[in-house]
Ligand binder design. Structure first.
Ligand code: AMP
Ligand code: ZN
Length: 112
């Protein structure tokens, strides 16, 4: 999608520090990390946010979570991590392309 920063990252038009890529998704390190390990996983298809996920995306979302499990193992923090997706302005979503934050590498504390 035009003017979408994450579509541009996926297309290689904006540089990123790639963690992983396959036909369905792209993973890269967050430029403003909130934990020692902090990367984002995005579907290559432009979906604006979690509130646009339908049953048609079930396999894609399942695949992304399997990729997250594998990457956290490879990066050595599979024992404890947090997956977050912010949806909409009230949740602080700043990039309108669905993305899953994967955070770890330190005790993260309670969520609430
Ligand atoms: P959110 O606030 O949930 O929409 O998260 C957007 C995230 O994207 C933030 O954590 C930003 O630091 C991150 N971000 C924005 N631009 C880039 C970029 N060019 N490369 C990597 N991460 C980015
Ligand atoms: Zn996009």
């Amino acid at each position: 999608m035009e003017n979408c920063i994450f579509c541009k990252i996926i297309a290689g038009e904006i540089p990123s520090k790639k963690v992983y890529e396959d036909d369905l998704c792209y993973a890269f390190y967050d430029i403003q990390p909130l934990a020692p390990q902090h990367f984002l996983v995005v579907p290559k298809a432009h979906i604006a946010a979690a509130n646009e996920i339908t049953e048609e995306h079930a396999a894609l979302v399942g695949h992304i979570f399997a990729v997250i499990a594998e990457l956290t193992k490879e990066l050595g923090f599979a024992d404890g991590f947090r997956v977050v997706t912010n949806c909409g302005e009230d949740a602080g979503q700043t990039v309108k392309h669905l993305h899953f934050h994967v955070l770890g590498g330190k005790p993260l504390g309670s969520f609430n």
